[in-house]
Design a protein around this ligand. Structure first.
Ligand code: PRP
Length: 220
């Protein structure tokens, strides 16, 4: 038998939303997949020809772009940051809704007007996307790259503003920050390695099954 098809899924909240979709396409993960305490990284499913891996959101794109996984679930934020040519993103899964925004301390926001910016310094995981967004509106963006805990940057003087994902807004609030500009709306996409799409016959029906599952869910 050929090696199983690998589907890469991001850890954390997207995983919770991904499980019902996987079920709807006929892929039932083993119980440990949804167990946050499990240290395992690769999981079996009810289908002997499909395994799942659980990795960081940015790494989903890397695994799939290099063909180490054939399919993956990844946010449009990650796709726009890296613009991998080996990735094909055929289905918007309509999960993982959030937005990429600029935020700053409430005290700064009180007297700030984003329309007046000509140069800003931000801490972010998304330097490419951020620079592109601000270039398009004539603002120079100096980006300090962080991999997490961006919210600490303003209070510790690393950068007065941050660009980060906002979902409920709780993280910003608990760190005394307010959202002042939305850069992009984000949802998770099904991504496929372009070579696997052509060479692994199991991939096309799986992509179709995801597309149908989303249509059925959205029509309900
Ligand atoms: C994201 C993001 C914020 C938080 C926003 O981090 O970086 O920290 O979620 O969500 P909220 O508006 O609902 O508070 P995530 O929890 O995905 O983990 P990460 O730090 O590993 O990116």
């Amino acid at each position: 038998m050929a090696d199983p098809i690998i589907i890469a899924v991001p850890k954390g909240r997207i995983l919770e939303e991904a499980v019902p979709l996987l079920r709807a396409v006929g892929v039932e993960p083993e119980a440990a997949f949804s167990d946050e305490d499990s240290r395992a990284l690769r999981f079996h499913t009810n289908r002997s020809d499909i395994d799942l891996i659980r990795v960081r959101a940015f790494d989903v794109a890397t695994f799939v772009a290099h063909g180490a996984a054939s399919l993956g679930i990844v946010g449009s934020d990650v796709l726009e940051e890296f613009a991998y040519s080996e990735l094909y993103a055929p289905v918007d899964l309509g999960i993982g809704h959030c937005r990429l925004s600029v935020a700053e301390p409430a005290a700064l926001a009180a007297a700030d007007d984003p329309r007046g910016w000509s140069h800003i310094r931000v801490a972010t995981k998304y330097p490419n996307l951020t620079r592109r967004h601000f270039e398009a509106r004539g603002v120079g963006a100096e980006c300090i790259k962080l991999n997490g805990a961006m919210e600490l940057a303003p209070v510790l003087g690393l950068a007065p503003r941050i660009v980060d994902l906002v979902s409920s807004g709780r993280t910003l609030k608990e760190n005394g920050l307010v959202e002042v500009e939305v850069i992009a709306q984000v949802t998770s996409r099904l991504v496929v390695n372009r070579a696997a799409f052509k060479t692994r016959p199991e991939v096309v029906p799986l992509v179709d099954a995801f597309r149908r599952a989303v249509e059925v869910r959205d029509a309900a």
